[in-house]
Design a protein around this ligand. Structure first.
Ligand SMILES: Cc1cc2nc3c(=O)[nH]c(=O)nc-3n(C[C@H](O)[C@H](O)[C@H](O)COP(=O)(O)OP(=O)(O)OC[C@H]3O[C@@H](n4cnc5c(N)ncnc54)[C@H](O)[C@@H]3O)c2cc1C
Length: 403
């Protein structure tokens, strides 16, 4: 039996208990925060007893022997509203480690949209062998995340291979891919034909010949270990192409857009978690700063209200994503607000401790670096502003807020 709230009031109570349970269990992430930031390669060795990744992975019931439990009942985190509550608390402990845990993450959303029964079982069975990381390969070195310029190709390769399906090969490079170098399976986007409908999503095991993943050295969210994926004549079967029986309008980019719309509230909640962590740190070590309303520290008077406002926006955007993942308007607003707040609070927190703060308080330094990463993750603020403006002009924002 899973917890299944029956109305908004039940849901609010349930989400509050879910938050409390997660907060308690997430505390272990903070204990290894700085060690993993210094060396992201340490993360895999900490999984299991030290970091109970399966509870937070969001694996379906049939594939998860150790789900999160609230009031004794399993919670499988299959709603965006549950995800933003849990992931904010994880990020409050450590956003980089939360993102660096094994599990479906963004590629799981694509599987939900496009996977057939065999593909879903193949994917989740592999994850259940765990710990197994996944990847979502969209961004490219020369064209960023703009699908119009995508140069990774999926082309025929003559005769069938592996005794089944028609032979295809993947060629191309993806960059800035979360967990890319340590992933065991994931989804890569590639161009099969010219034009906007020519992009398809491919389910790919990283053990295939011609595939390699290389970690990149980064400044923020280091535990996520961004990587570059290199694909040189990687063999692919028709059975690996997600949504292949659907019309071209319901394949790669359609699923990517819905995935972005669903994942953006999660990115927003992660930024919010980092903002809250920095605020908590000031509250713990410089309570006097929170009480002051003058000069350099005046902004702290507004932060508690801004945190509550952004949290309400994130929750509303998650409800909107659960209702209709084709509309990302509120999600763009939430990500904009959360990213700006994370940057404002983390930099103000570092200032509050005076010269040398980032050296003497390594967590503050880490949060400044982590907060900046959210600006780029899942689309920059300018792109979110464009999405928000389009949604507003089409009257979608008022629909969301009314619901
Ligand atoms: C922590 C992190 C994790 C990531 N994880 C993944 C992942 O797992 N998989 C993956 O594929 N990618 C991933 N990325 C890459 C990320 O999704 C892209 O970098 C991001 O979407 C920005 O896209 P871009 O690089 O194409 O930049 P662009 O969108 O081209 O932006 C470049 C600059 O131009 C500006 N700009 C662009 N268009 C406009 C416009 N129309 N009007 C005004 N200004 C504009 C932007 O604001 C920005 O300043 C990750 C990045 C980070 C930082």
């Amino acid at each position: 039996m899973t917890t299944s709230p029956t109305n908004d009031t039940d849901d609010a109570g349930f989400l509050g208990r879910l938050r409390a349970v997660t907060r308690e269990q997430a505390a272990v992430l903070r204990e290894v925060s700085l060690a993993v930031d210094a060396d992201p390669g340490r993360l895999p060795g900490l999984l299991g007893t030290e970091l109970p990744w399966q509870r937070f992975a969001g694996l379906p019931a049939a594939y998860n022997p150790d789900p999160l439990r609230v009031d004794g009942h399993p919670v499988h985190l299959d709603r965006c509203i549950e995800q933003v509550v849990v992931w904010e608390e994880l990020a409050r402990a450590d956003a980089g480690i939360a993102l660096g845990l094994p599990g479906p993450a963004m590629s799981g959303f694509v599987l939900t949209e496009l996977g057939d029964a065999e593909q879903l079982d193949r994917y989740y069975r592999r994850l259940a062998e765990g710990p197994v990381w996944t990847f979502f390969g969209m961004t490219e070195p020369a064209h960023g995340s703009d699908p119009a310029g995508m140069t990774t190709t999926l082309t025929p390769d003559g005769p069938a291979h592996d005794g089944g399906g028609s032979g295809l090969v993947l060629n191309g490079t993806k960059r800035f891919v979360g967990n890319g170098a340590r992933a065991g399976i994931g989804v890569v986007f590639a161009r099969r034909r010219t034009g906007p409908l020519g992009v398809v999503a491919v389910l790919l095991d990283t053990g295939r010949p011609g595939f390699s993943g290389v970690p990149l050295d980064t400044i923020g969210l280091r535990a996520l270990q961004l990587g570059e994926l290199r694909m040189r004549r990687v063999p692919v079967a028709e059975e690996d192409v997600l949504g292949r029986h659907r019309s071209a309008t319901r394949q790669g980019m359609w699923a990517a857009t819905r995935t972005f719309n669903r994942y953006r509230p999660v990115v927003a909640c992660l930024a919010l978690g980092v903002a809250q962590a920095a605020y908590d740190y000031v509250a713990l070590h410089r309570r006097d700063v929170l009480a002051r309303r003058d000069g350099a520290f005046g902004e702290f008077g507004e932060f508690a209200g801004r945190l509550a406002g952004v949290r309400a926006m994130v929750l509303a955007s998650a409800c909107a994503a659960d209702r209709d993942p084709s509309d990302g308007t509120l999600a763009s607003a939430a990500k904009l607000g959360a990213t700006r707040l994370a940057e404002d609070i983390t930099t103000a927190a570092a200032r509050a401790f005076g010269p040398g703060a980032r050296w003497e308080h390594p967590l503050l330094d880490k949060w400044v670096r982590d907060a900046r990463a959210f600006e780029f993750m899942e689309g920059t603020s300018n792109i979110q502003r464009l999405g928000l403006a389009q949604g507003y002009l089409h009257g979608r924002l008022s629909d969301d807020l009314a619901a």
